[in-house]
Design a protein around this ligand. Structure first.
Ligand code: G4P
Length: 531
């Protein structure tokens, strides 16, 4: 196998999806411990604890350093290279999360054993399903009283319409938790005592032991052993056997049980991701999908962070590599502008040797500092004219009009709004009738964040007022004359996005429905793929 093929084969690029409080931060931290990224783990913890409140979130977000290091965490374990992409915790940032999910090859779904599938887990799962991202399930917090494991499996199967196959089974739960039984390897993993577990890599080795073996009774107690045998018989009867193909196609989820806090079952999960989750594969692109072992470097930008250094107004574009071997100093072609860019100072996210790496492979994320030329959805290649597809741009759900406190600074404000909208979290619309800009977001907290950043990063004062619009749709399709007719019939509700694409700002759902009825040849897209 070539070096490139070997490097591709050992990459696992994944994200963790969960409802807030299910344990994503704790699990991330424990996973990083396996890669020796202990300092980084501290950073994750600090962030998890602080982002709970609004003001703390702002404070932490100002320390851009932390949020960037924690955006991508790369670590090595058992000969594999893992790239864990962080997704923002607050639901107002869901759009950012959706795009991050377009850059992974698999996801871990963390459930709280007492709560099961919650609203946000479900929403995020649906996004994964759009792309058939394979999902490994981790039922967390089994050190506390939770719901019956059968009940949880049933819920996953029913609410997500997904086959479930447990690969491990808890021996007791909460106060009676003894350990976990590995259903594939027929091994018992004993739960550590709390004092042993805190902050450390799992020490206990799994003990190979058949279910029927009498020693199991001595190990976990006769009652727990009998119950385990009974439950495993039921599980094996009721759940389909694990099928790698079905998992990789996104139709079946393997389920692990454990406790992130007590660092129990985490190594099994990590080994499971290593063994089962796919290495980088074919990526959807036009005119044809891109295979990872192609010699030419290709990839796309899925996230942009502006103003990481307020003095220099630079941005960091997060580039998901899809093929080839990337080297520092490479020249890549930026498809949208047709220009060549030299990637002189890429940022690699290796936990231990951050910044020292000189090369990257498919599945890796490379941070590319730039001055605003790179945008979400942009494709970079060594020359071929391909375009990666499927990086969504969602219609904002809340629209407000920008109010500038000092009209002399309109130009500066426009620049600030454009810069910030390039990060992709807010949308900027310029009404065609010349009235003040409209900003759209997916969650209302974004307005506070925007106002705060406009003040602190650009020294401008702006506010956001109610606008008479509820939603926005990108207009496409139809003859030019049809579009012109639509624009003149709705002149007070038309706007352009910063790319010059035509947008209809609808007063409410009724107005949108009416417009669609009156102009059946036009499409009103709620999601626009990045130009
Ligand atoms: P999140 O990122 O998904 O929002 O969750 P996070 O890891 O911050 O965990 C949420 C809470 O659940 C934390 O408690 C955390 O300690 C706890 N937790 C995580 N995993 C487990 C587990 O396996 N077992 C138990 N019993 N608890 C777990 P907290 O009190 O809200 O925060 P903290 O004071 O511990 O930081």
């Amino acid at each position: 196998m070539s070096t490139l093929a070997q490097e591709v084969a050992r990459r696992r690029t994944f994200a963790i999806i969960s409802h807030p409080d299910a344990g994503k931060t704790t699990l991330t931290e424990k996973l990083l411990l396996y890669g020796g990224a202990i300092q980084m783990a501290g950073a994750v913890r600090a962030r998890g604890a602080q982002r709970r409140t609004r003001s703390d979130w702002l404070a932490i977000e100002r320390e851009r350093g932390i949020s960037v290091t924690a955006s991508v965490m790369s670590f090595e374990h058992a000969g594999l290279a893992f790239n864990l992409l962080d997704t923002p915790g607050h639901e107002d940032f869901s759009e950012d999360t959706y795009r991050t999910l377009s850059a992974v090859d698999s996801a871990v779904m963390v459930l709280d054993a007492a709560r099961g599938i919650e609203a946000r887990t479900r929403k995020l799962f649906e996004v994964c399903r759009l792309r058939d991202v394979p999902i490994v399930t981790f039922v967390n917090k089994i050190d506390r009283e939770g719901r019956e494991p059968f009940d949880l499996l049933d819920e996953i199967e029913k609410t997500l319409a997904l086959d479930v196959t447990p690969l491990a089974w808890p021996i007791g739960m909460g106060g009676t938790l003894k350990g976990v039984y590995d259903l594939i390897g027929d091994r018992v993993l004993l739960a550590p005592r709390l004092s042993e577990a805190e902050g450390e890599v799992e020490r206990a080795e799994a003990i190979p032991l058949a279910l029927e073996d009498g020693r199991l009774d001595a190990l976990v107690g006769a009652e727990a052993a009998a119950r385990l045998r009974e439950e495993v018989a039921l599980v094996r009867g009721a759940c389909p056997p694990f099928d790698l193909g079905a998992f990789r196609a996104g139709h079946l989820t393997p389920v692990y049980f454990g406790s992130a806090l007590r660092n129990f079952g985490v190594r099994e999960l990590l080994d499971g991701i290593g063994r089962l989750a796919p290495a980088p594969g074919l990526r959807p692109a036009e005119p044809q999908p891109v295979a990872p072992d192609g010699e030419e470097v290709t990839g796309f930008v899925f996230k942009v962070q502006a103003n990481m250094d307020p003095l220099h107004r630079d941005r960091m574009a997060f580039f998901r590599q899809c093929s080839g071997r990337f080297r520092r100093g490479m020249k890549l072609t930026h498809l949208r502008s047709g220009k060549a860019i030299t990637v002189a100072s890429p940022v690699f996210f290796l936990a231990r040797e951050r910044g020292l790496a000189e090369e990257a492979y498919p599945g890796d994320i490379v941070g590319i500092p730039n001055h605003g030329s790179l945008r979400i959805g942009d494709t970079l290649t060594e020359g071929s004219a391909i375009r990666f597809t499927g990086i969504p741009n969602f219609a904002p759900e809340i629209l407000r009009r920008v109010r500038l406190d000092d009209p002399m600074k309109a130009k500066q404000l426009r620049r600030a709004l454009e810069n910030l909208s390039e990060e992709g979290v807010s949308r900027l619309f310029k009404p065609l009738n010349g009235s003040a800009w409209i900003v759209g977001v997916v969650g209302p907290l974004q307005f506070d964040v925007l106002a705060h950043r406009i003040r602190s990063e650009y020294d401008l004062r702006a506010g956001f007022e109610d606008a008479p619009f509820e939603t926005a749709r990108w207009i496409a399709g139809g003859e030019k004359s049809e579009i012109e007719r639509f624009v003149s019939a709705n002149s007070q509700a038309m706007a352009e996005d910063p790319d010059g694409a035509l947008v209809f700002l609808a007063r409410n759902a009724w107005a949108l429905g009416r417009a669609q009825e009156d102009f059946p040849k036009l499409t009103f897209a709620a999601v626009r793929e990045q130009a």
